[in-house]
Design a protein around this ligand. Structure first.
Ligand code: PGA
Length: 218
């Protein structure tokens, strides 16, 4: 695990990896939302990189979300896509079921960026998700709904379901970077990366991947 000086350093170091990936021919990336990747997206926008041949897949999207500016599509548009030269036809969200087979059956993703939830989830693969899971609709746990309520007017506005890329799908990526920000994530990071590999801690599946980097700052 690489421990970074601060949140901006976290964004810069992961931006270096994204920059390297974008230099590949027709790069394919899986991208996260949430508060953790904000410094990364800011840094990427500042670097003014060439996204013209890139294809991106987002990890997850709420179902039946009534607060439009909390949709993950909106988040990505505001924080990254509207600022770079990506081709809109190459942006994919799992809310669109037509995209699921493309995600699941190996388009050869070069880089998958992940955050981690307080309960060990990656994307919306909540504890108990099968290591064989593919893209699907899921119920969110009470803990996740509570965690995400900080982005919504009231907890009752937080969607209770989402579509998420599965654990098996994520594991097909050639390279994975897990980002975590804040001391409250240290314990679950330690459990996920050094503890038992179990479906109770979805992120623990990453121990089985050959090319994973973990970047943390408090
Ligand atoms: P966060 O969410 O970046 O807002 O902490 C991470 C996650 O729940 O996967």
């Amino acid at each position: 695990m690489k421990v970074l000086k601060n949140y901006w350093e976290l964004g810069c170091r992961v931006a270096d990896i994204v920059e390297h990936t974008l230099a590949l021919p027709e790069p394919k990336l899986i991208l996260p939302t949430g508060s953790t990747p904000l410094s990364l997206y800011k840094e990427l926008v500042n670097r003014d990189l060439d996204w013209s041949t890139a294809t991106t897949f987002n990890l997850d999207e709420y179902v039946d979300n009534t607060i439009q500016d909390q949709s993950y599509r909106y988040f990505m548009w505001e924080n990254l896509f509207k600022h770079v030269n990506i081709n809109e036809d190459n942006i994919y969200f799992p809310g669109d079921t037509a995209v699921w087979p493309q995600m699941d059956y190996g388009v050869g993703v070069d880089l998958c960026l992940l955050g981690i939830g307080g309960n060990g989830h990656i994307a919306f693969n909540e504890p108990g998700s099968s290591f064989e899971s593919e893209t699907r609709m899921v119920d969110l746990t009470e803990e996740t709904i509570k965690d995400n309520s900080r982005f919504f007017p009231t907890i009752d506005d937080v969607p209770t379901q989402a579509v998420t890329m599965g654990l098996k799908t994520i594991m097909k990526s050639k390279k994975i970077v897990l980002m975590a920000n804040g001391e409250q994530k240290l314990n679950i990071l330690n459990v996920a990366m050094n503890g038992e590999i179990t479906e109770t801690v979805p992120a623990s599946i990453l121990q089985k991947h050959k090319n994973v980097k973990v970047y943390y700052c408090d």
